[in-house]
Design a protein around this ligand. Structure first.
Ligand SMILES: Nc1nc2c(ncn2[C@@H]2O[C@H](COP(=O)(O)OP(=O)(O)OP(=O)(O)O)[C@@H](O)[C@H]2O)c(=O)[nH]1
Ligand SMILES: [Mg+2]
Length: 386
């Protein structure tokens, strides 16, 4: 930690602090020094020389973690796009020196030529990745439309990184999604089905963790993923109740939700990791007050305290989800479908519980329990008028 009136152009932290840091790094035998701040290419080079260690800045570290964790094709493309976007302006910075080496009015120095080639190559690669991402997203939009055709409500888990979203997701849906103390264990949204106490089925999706001051290149790369949250019917905002920064982390997540147009969605505040609280009652009461009081959501929000790890109070969470989700009760219905309407018949199978099926020449008659919204969509085929 350092208090400074102005950033030092050459080393960010100034020569005195560099000496101090150099001694500290040597005594620890640290091969790498990480700055929780962005560095210019010059600063980074100067620091590496002075500290005789590898120097990483905040953006590089986050990009490295993301690169190591990305699993789906879309995740990998997004990270590569972010890495190249990060590299491109830095290439220019280095290029200024190189073109000076080339020197002379009207000459194109070797440095500059190389720089232009590199820049063109990277720009081409960026265009290619953008195109590929379009393709992947089109595919996802198709999946989403298929999901929407099945009229199940969708629930999105959001929260600061390490809040316990993936652990909760696994607990709720019994899915084997990577949960890890390492940050950003999840880069790719995953979707699973969950049955609520009302027997209504909903689709739950786990999402990438939010983090303060996400590098702008990454914000751009992951925007599309985050924007899917805005299409959810319910947002489960998971908070690590044991974190001493819970307030700031919650405020940050709310800000991002606002930016992606998800601020007005029904929301549940899930205070997680209560198993680790020494005095759960007191701590939760004060945390709840602070989270809801200070710059939190304007409308009242339901709060549930749980432990994703031990499963404590998860029943309360499931009931709360039932309460908060827009009401779409199950109704009993009878349908008569022309036999060629296989799509509608499978819609009833996917979105409801089939009680009885009878076949007649040219027709299929079904008795089923379906959601009211599905019932409305299929009302043209309903044989019992309600
Ligand atoms: N004690 C305790 N630990 C928990 C609980 N829930 C999650 N954890 C731990 O917290 C760490 C982070 O959990 P994850 O589920 O990976 O967190 P996440 O929010 O998905 O993190 P990102 O995907 O990185 O955003 C893991 O070590 C979990 O075991 C809980 O209820 N109690
Ligand atoms: Mg996760």
């Amino acid at each position: 930690m350092q208090a400074r009136l102005a950033l030092d152009a050459a080393t960010l932290i100034g020569s005195g602090k560099v000496r101090e840091l150099s001694a500290a790094a040597r005594s620890l035998g640290a091969p790498t020094v990480i700055f929780d701040h962005d560095l210019t290419p010059t600063q980074q080079r100067n620091l590496e020389d002075a500290l005789e260690a590898k120097v990483l800045d905040r953006t590089q570290l986050i990009l490295d973690i993301f690169a190591a964790r990305a699993r789906t094709r879309e995740g990998r493309l997004q990270v590569e796009l972010a890495q190249l976007s990060y590299l491109l302006p830095r290439l220019t910075g280095r290029g200024v020196e190189m073109s000076r080496l080339g020197g002379g009015i009207g000459t194109r120095g070797p440095g500059e030529t190389q720089l232009e080639t590199d820049r063109r190559r990277i720009a081409r690669r960026i265009r290619k990745i953008r195109g590929d991402l379009e393709g992947v997203r089109a595919g996802r939009a198709l999946h989403r439309r298929k999901r929407q055709a099945v009229p199940l409500a969708t629930v999105a888990l959001v929260g600061y990184t390490n809040a316990g979203k993936s652990t909760l997701f696994n607990r709720l849906t019994q899915a084997g999604v990577l949960a890890d103390a390492r940050m950003f264990a999840t880069l790719d949204p995953t979707v699973r089905v969950l049955t609520l106490p009302s027997r209504r089925r909903v689709l739950v999706s786990d999402t990438v963790g939010f983090i303060r001051n996400l590098p702008t290149t990454l914000v751009e790369a992951f925007r599309a993923t985050l924007e899917e949250v805005a299409e959810a019917d319910l947002v489960l905002h998971v908070v690590d109740a044991t974190s001493s920064h819970a307030d700031a982390q919650t405020a940050h997540v709310l800000k991002v939700l606002h930016e992606i147009g998800a601020a007005d969605l029904p929301q549940l505040l899930v205070l997680n990791k209560v198993d680790r609280l020494e005095e759960p009652g007191t701590t939760l009461a004060s945390l709840r007050g602070r989270l809801i009081g200070s710059g939190g959501p304007e409308k009242p929000v339901r709060v549930v305290a749980v432990s994703a790890l031990t499963g404590l109070h998860l029943d309360d969470l499931r009931s709360a989800m039932d309460d908060v989700l827009p009401f779409d009760p199950l109704v009993r219905a009878s349908f008569r479908f022309p036999i060629q309407e296989a799509g509608l018949i499978s819609l009833v199978h996917d979105g409801g519980r089939v009680l009885d099926t009878r076949y007649e020449p040219g027709y299929c008659e079904m008795e089923a329990e379906v959601s009211e919204s599905l019932m409305r969509r299929l009302s043209a085929y309903s044989t019992v008028r309600r």
